[in-house]
Write a protein of this length. Structure first.
Lengths: 115, 116
């Protein structure tokens, strides 16, 4: 079974702190994704990566950056956390390109609260 | 651009009732269509998918048919169970081109609650 793990299930940070969310997948997938999930808005793509050291902005990249130094690990960084970044963050991975790559495997999520 | 619209929720049903969750889409190319499910406290998991027009995806008693003429992919189940209580997301990705990378566009999600 594909496994996607996220470093924390719950995280509480203060405004202005730098926050790191880590995601690891164990199936050698090329693609990795970071989403945030908010009620009534569904999932919105923050960033994705299709290869090591490669990254592309998603729909809502402002206030976030990412790092992919190894194929299995994709990190989301909040440079200076703000209260409007309080949300559920979901990591996912998938294999290849095109329609088949739409089968994504998700981690359990990190619920981040910024005070 | 691409977009997915789901019926507003929440949806509350009694056990063994028939379920329909509507999903319509707008896409610039030829999409693959997906239903993902999120059980309480968990991440999303793929429920079913269809990659071309008239395909029917099915899994765990759920079905959805890719209707190109109505740009729809409605989710149905003949008899729901309490264990089906979850959030359901409709999504699409574009098939063609070298830069899709399987990026998904999600609907807003529909909360389903099934009572005994």
């Amino acid at each position: 079974d594909v496994k996607v793990t996220q470093s924390s299930r719950y995280l509480v940070k203060r405004t202005g702190e730098k926050v790191f969310l880590e995601c690891v997948q164990d199936m050698d997938h090329e693609n990795m994704f970071w989403y945030r999930q908010d009620p009534g808005l569904g999932l919105r793509l923050i960033y994705f990566s299709y290869d090591v050291k490669m990254k592309e902005k998603g729909d809502i990249p402002e206030g976030y950056s990412v790092s992919r130094e190894k194929k299995e690990r994709f990190s989301l960084i909040l440079e200076s956390a703000s209260t409007n970044q309080t949300s559920m963050y979901l990591c996912a991975s998938s294999l290849g390109n095109g329609g088949l790559a739409g089968t994504q495997y998700f981690g359990p999520g990190t619920r981040l609260t910024v005070l | 651009g691409n977009s997915v619209t789901q019926m507003e929720g929440p949806v509350t049903l009694s056990e063994e009732a028939f379920l329909t969750i509507n999903c319509t889409y707008t896409a610039t190319g030829y999409p693959s269509l997906f239903w993902y499910v999120q059980y309480p406290g968990e991440g999303l998991q793929l429920l079913l998918k269809a990659t071309k027009a008239d395909d029917k995806g099915s899994n765990k008693g759920f079905e959805a048919t890719y209707r190109k003429e109505t740009t729809s992919f409605h989710l149905e189940k003949g008899s729901v169970q309490v264990s089906d209580s979850a959030v359901y997301f409709c999504a699409l990705t574009l098939n063609a081109g070298g830069t899709s990378y399987g990026k998904l566009t999600f609907g807003q999600g529909t909360i389903l609650t099934v009572h005994p």
